[in-house]
Design a protein around this ligand. Structure first.
Ligand code: SIN
Length: 297
């Protein structure tokens, strides 16, 4: 359509990064939702050089979309750490020594010699910690031709989809999360002697309130949550069993297909993720940095 013979300007596609009017030098990143409930692909940002304006877009998008994806980010470990550090203090993993000189950088690696891959069930990272991570940033440099996708599920949506009676039952309950059973099993599988060390464990609300958005999110996961406090084992087991199934409902999820130098950044307080190891004997390899969070409330 035209007005007075002048062609109407074409709307800028939602996916197109728009240029900063003042400087005309840097595009403003674009944020394209992946599904109605979770995930966004962010374009027009170089994670080696994140400006304050870029960071504001990234932080706001993370709060609204819960997990963000970036493509073609051949970034250094220093840049990945610097990006994580803008959100908060980086933390070392309780069962991984990190990479040389970087205890807070966790290698994520599986190849033909692997007997397991990291994160092969629904979980929120290190929820057994008294202050579980607020988020993680994972960059994969090597990926299989097909497979090795990661699933992400929205824990606000999981909570909100429960019946009012179930929400009322869960609100105010707490559950014990323990790293010991899972990490000891990992060490047994890979033949690592952990010297009988103690792993973190903590009691957290079953439903937590996100400190930035104020929304309620389900906070139990099959990797770390052992039992609900104050319920007989049979009741606790039945409720947790139901919730562990519930968080994997397809309508809460998105699925990310990695390419070399893709980055995923997730808010660990309102998501769970599940890495799929369907690519053996191929190699999948990258680095994760993890950002300290607060005690869930
Ligand atoms: C993890 O951090 O749990 C691993 C995720 C992945 O490998 O996709």
């Amino acid at each position: 359509m035209s007005i007075g013979g002048v062609p109407e300007p074409r709307p800028i596609a939602a996916s197109a990064p728009s240029f900063d009017i003042l400087t005309m030098s840097r595009p403003t990143p674009s944020v394209d939702p992946v599904t109605p409930v979770i995930g966004a692909e962010v374009r027009g940002v170089d994670l080696d050089h994140v400006t304050d304006a870029d960071f504001r877009v990234i932080r706001d998008a993370l709060m609204s979309r819960c997990v963000l994806f970036f493509r073609d980010q051949d970034i250094s470990i220093a840049s990945q750490k610097a990006l994580g550090a803008r959100f908060g203090e980086l933390v070392a993993h309780p069962n991984d020594p990190g990479v040389d000189g970087h205890p807070e950088v966790m290698p994520i690696h599986a190849d033909e010699n692997s007997v397991r891959a990291t994160g092969e069930q629904w979980h929120s990272d290190v929820s057994c910690d008294p202050r579980p991570p607020m988020g993680s940033i994972l960059r994969m440099h090597t990926v299989p031709e097909t497979g090795g996708d990661t699933l992400f599920s929205n824990m606000y949506a999981a909570y909100e989809a429960l019946s009012e009676r179930m929400r009322t039952l869960l609100d105010g309950l707490t559950a014990v999360h323990d790293g010991g059973p899972y990490y000891r099993e990992v060490n047994r599988l890979i033949g690592r002697d952990d010297g009988g060390r103690a792993y973190p464990s903590a009691e957290h609300p079953v439903v937590r309130i996100h400190p930035a958005t104020g929304r309620k999110a389900l906070f139990v996961n099959q990797m770390f949550t052992q039992y609900i406090v104050g319920l007989p084992p049979a009741e606790s087991g039945a409720i947790l069993g139901f919730l562990f199934e519930h968080v994997g409902r397809p309508d809460f999820q998105c699925r990310f297909r990695w390419r070399p130098n893709s980055v995923a950044m997730w808010d660990n307080r309102c998501t769970q993720h599940h890495a799929i190891w369907d690519y053996w004997p191929a190699t999948r390899s990258g680095y994760r940095v993890t950002i300290r969070g607060e005690a869930p409330a």
